[in-house]
Design a protein around this ligand. Structure first.
Ligand SMILES: [Fe+2]
Length: 106
């Protein structure tokens, strides 16, 4: 992913998504083990595992908030790159307005 995404905004969005996959994996693991501890009557372990599970969920929620901005920046960064790749027309026709100019008027 690092090699394929040189655009920093897209890379940020991808890294956040990867971090969330890790959190979800941890949530599944701690949730399962907490349930096993409940079934075994291990009250202290249940408390500790629940604390950890709650921390993992909090981290996931924070990442979701960060992802909203990072994803928006990745999309706008991609749009800017696409506009920069459009070459100037060689004909005598007046250049078409860019997406940026059109969106500025909207
Ligand atoms: Fe975590």
């Amino acid at each position: 992913m690092l090699d394929e995404n040189s655009d920093s905004e897209a890379l940020d969005a991808g890294l956040i998504a990867a971090a969330q996959r890790v959190e979800h994996y941890e949530i599944a693991g701690y949730g399962s083990v907490r349930t096993f501890a409940e079934l075994l009557g291990e009250a202290e372990a249940v408390d500790l595992l629940q604390q950890t599970l709650s921390e993992e969920k909090e981290t996931d929620e924070k990442l979701t908030e960060i992802a909203k901005e990072a994803n928006a920046m990745a999309i706008s960064g991609s749009a800017s790159e696409a506009l920069e790749e459009v070459e100037e027309p060689e004909s005598t026709q007046p250049p078409k307005r860019s997406l940026k100019a059109r969106s500025a008027r909207a």
